[in-house]
Design a protein around this ligand. Structure first.
Ligand code: GAL
Length: 434
């Protein structure tokens, strides 16, 4: 080894050739051989080093993939004031909703966050501190958060990355760190952060500022980005937010469309197709809050809306008046078997595996290797829909147990396929497990 090293060094000078000339032919051959072997090893090592460096460049650095705040390992569940109450929020309403979440059994079913949407804030003081509307929140936000916490629930607020919220209340632009500190002091556990009055702001930069501010606040706060999917947040937001809206506002209808961008259930659903690979524990696609129980759809349609949201691993933020919901609506929002599909610990978002005109099959892989499947009938007539095993990644020969999650009944073992009669604008939702 020493000799080989010496010869590599000497090769750089004329001495190497001189020494070779002076040696016996067999000794010269040996020296040449030793030197070449060493050079080969050096070349191999350098190539491996280059590959190693390149590989490091491509390896996921852990927080490049998910916001490291340890929250929302399964899609967040709770209630939000906007869909039903809009700007008519008050501490009384929030307290009543908190009580109803507990008494209705929704807390037991997993709903956790009580979130006040727009309109709780009214101004800033001379020091820039955000001021809650004193008329509707006379006891202040801290007292309200304490109340929610005293019921074993978590508390959320809303703000905006621009200068004003969508209802023209003060936004957080330029006050991000001050607001985040205030939220933490009040005991906020969840922030929904909107995108109105954001002008030419860059979405990724703006949301990252609030992400940093929340992390700096020292309190674990779920960060819910409401940027309406404009800048395709699924492509960049997994280390910015815990969830991000993928579309404009949901409307309480099957398939209506508003000029300003609001849209009914099926239009939102169509826009989720293809986004599935971007969701996972800690970072979710958000197709918007639930309209279940708000009166614009039939019970069958609401069942479809809820089923598909669970198939999509969507955040489940109820948006109805849970103080006065009917037993049918309570049974939809409280169906623990369907909720278990949403909350499956693997966090794999389901996807549309087949579209045959107005008949669709959506499938979600579960942690136990099973599948949750929704047969969706978008047509005006009751129809039979069949899911074939090869459409959900099973071999045709597999015998699997089918369970209907709405009827709550085992349908026995099936091989190769499963068929069901599906109501118009409805679903049949099953698990299919080997
Ligand atoms: C919209 C948002 C809604 C609601 C509303 C409040 O931008 O998408 O979910 O928060 O603002 O003004």
């Amino acid at each position: 080894m020493g000799i080989a090293l010496a010869s590599v060094f000497l090769e750089r000078t004329n001495r190497y050739a001189e020494i070779l000339n002076q040696l016996e032919p067999s000794a010269a051959r040996k020296l040449r051989f030793l030197k070449e072997t060493l050079m080969k090893r050096v070349r191999l090592l350098s190539a491996s080093f280059v590959l190693f460096v390149l590989a490091i460049g491509y390896l996921p650095v852990s927080n490049a993939w998910a916001l490291e705040n340890g929250l929302a390992k399964t899609p967040p569940m709770g209630w939000n004031s906007w869909n039903k109450f809009g700007c008519n929020v008050s501490e009384d309403l929030i307290k009543q909703m908190t009580d109803a979440l507990v008494s209705s059994g929704m807390k037991d079913a997993g709903y956790q966050y009580i979130v006040i949407d727009d309109c709780w804030q009214i101004d800033r003081d001379a020091q820039g501190n955000i001021i809650p509307d004193p008329k509707h929140f006379p006891s202040g936000i801290k007292a309200l958060a304490d109340y929610v916490h005293s019921k074993g629930l978590k508390f959320g607020l809303y703000s905006d990355a621009g200068t004003l919220t969508c209802q023209k209340r003060p936004g957080s632009r330029g006050y991000e760190f001050q607001d985040a500190r205030q939220y933490a002091a009040w005991g906020v556990d969840y922030l929904k952060y909107d995108w109105c009055s954001s002008g030419t702001q860059n979405a990724q930069a703006s949301y990252s500022i609030m992400r940093d501010a929340l992390l700096k606040s020292g309190r674990p706060i779920v960060f819910s980005m409401c940027e309406w999917g404009t800048a395709k947040p699924w492509l960049w937001a997994s280390n910015v937010g815990n969830l991000w809206r993928t579309t404009g506002d949901i409307q309480d209808c099957w398939d209506c469309k508003k000029d300003w961008g609001g849209m009914g259930f099926v239009h939102i659903l169509d826009l989720q197709d293809g986004l599935e690979s971007h969701a996972g524990p800690g970072h979710w696609n958000d197709p918007d809050m639930l309209e279940v129980g708000n009166g614009g759809m039939t019970t069958t349609e609401y069942r479809a809306h809820f089923s598909l949201w669970c198939l999509l691993s969507a955040p489940l933020m109820a948006g109805n008046d849970i103080r006065s919901m009917s037993p049918e609506i309570a049974a939809i929002l409280g169906n623990k078997e369907v909720i278990a599909v949403d909350q499956d610990p693997m966090g794999m978002q389901g996807r549309r595996v087949k579209k045959d005109g107005e008949f669709e099959i959506w499938s979600k892989q579960l942690a136990d290797g099973g599948r949750a499947v929704a047969l969706l009938n978008r047509s005006g007539k009751e129809s039979q829909i069949t899911v074939k095993w090869n459409e959900i990644g099973y071999p045709d020969s597999l015998s699997a147990s089918v369970r209907d999650l709405w009827v709550k009944e085992d349908l026995g073992k099936k091989t190769g396929s499963f068929s069901a009669t599906v109501p118009s604008h409805g679903v049949v939702m099953v698990t299919i497990k080997p």
